[in-house]
Design a protein around this ligand. Structure first.
Ligand code: ATP
Ligand code: 9VF
Ligand code: MG
Length: 275
């Protein structure tokens, strides 16, 4: 038996406006007893304004910056030293990561006209730090960086061209799969985000452990060594994982689109500011 088709009383532009005002799935726009548009819009505008005022009066923290600070503090407490390196990197690093000119990820790289590119990942510079810190710091060497990464993307609701990655890695003693899984569990438990593990393959590292929340990949994690280590002067076992911060925010706040928690001119903590 066919369900009766409910007549949608919202125009296209009204629906778009309401979707902009909604933060998550707080209201079902296809509900048969939806209040009139004008009423709903006014109600949502008032709610969103009140939320922004509340943020202004109480926390004043941007959720992306707050998450970065929270993750930094967590990793520092676990013995990882914080790195801040350049967002502009030599484009040779991409090839050196085993990403040849003809592969997909290479085509996703934003290049400048003087041989540099916007980093699509944090790993190359972390490799260089591991190589140099190995001669300076006691074993194991534990490092991390959090910051903007850039990739040309076509696919929508879970990809940004400008996103924020945290990549933490440990080299030397204790670089086991067991410790990697344990650390990731403590990390996501600290953040209050549930997950499942899934085996995957990627062209840079070969086998990866992907950390999933439903169908969304939160992270790819790797147990080294891998053959490419030689080219970076790294010759000890290592473990590492890269997480996208905006994907963590998407899950935490149940955002329909990853843009809500990203660097944005329009969204502040998931709230559209055209109110
Ligand atoms: P996907 O297959 O989803 O495109 P990926 O496997 O190419 O991701 P990785 O290279 O493994 O991504 O990057 C590590 C993490 O960085 C991902 O698990 C994801 O959380 C995040 N990430 C990667 N690309 C993007 C993007 N374009 N926008 C937002 N987050 C991203
Ligand atoms: C894990 C995903 C090679 C020892 C310096 C650290 C990792 C995967 C991170 C990331 C990437 N790798 N987007 O490497 O921790 O590099 O593809 Si290191
Ligand atoms: Mg991945």
């Amino acid at each position: 038996i066919q369900e009766p088709v409910t007549v949608n009383k919202l125009s296209q532009s009204q629906r778009k406006r309401l979707e902009t005002l909604l933060v998550s799935d707080e209201i079902d726009l296809d509900s048969p007893d939806l209040p009139p548009f004008e009423e709903l819009e006014a109600e949502l505008v008032a709610k969103r304004k009140a939320e922004l005022v509340d943020i202004y009066e109480n926390s004043r923290e941007h959720m992306l910056a707050q998450l970065e600070r929270d993750i930094s503090a967590f990793l520092i407490s676990k013995g990882f030293i914080e790195i801040k390196s350049s967002i502009l990197i030599p484009e040779e690093y991409i090839v050196k990561m085993g990403i040849d000119k003809d592969v997909e990820l290479s085509k996703q790289v934003f290049r400048t006209d003087d041989g540099k590119c916007l980093r699509p990942m944090l790993a190359p510079v972390l490799y260089n730090y591991l190589h140099r810190f190995d001669k300076i710091l006691p074993d194991p060497v534990k490092i991390f960086e959090i910051g903007p990464c850039y990739r040309k993307e076509s696919d929508g609701s879970s990809h940004l061209e400008e996103f924020t990655m945290v990549n933490f890695c440990q080299m030397g003693d204790g670089s086991t799969r067991e410790n990697l899984i344990q650390l990731i569990d403590e990390f996501l438990t600290h953040l209050g985000i549930s997950y499942e593990l899934e085996g995957d393959e990627c062209m840079v590292y070969g086998a990866t452990v992907d950390i999933m929340h439903g169908d969304l990949e939160l992270s790819s994690a790797v147990v080294g060594p891998v053959p490419m280590d030689m080219d970076w002067g790294v010759n000890k076992p290592w473990i590492g994982a890269g997480f996208g911060l905006e994907r963590l925010l998407k899950v935490r706040h149940n955002f329909k689109n990853i843009k809500r928690g990203s660097r944005s001119e329009y969204y502040y903590n998931g709230i559209h500011t055209n109110l």
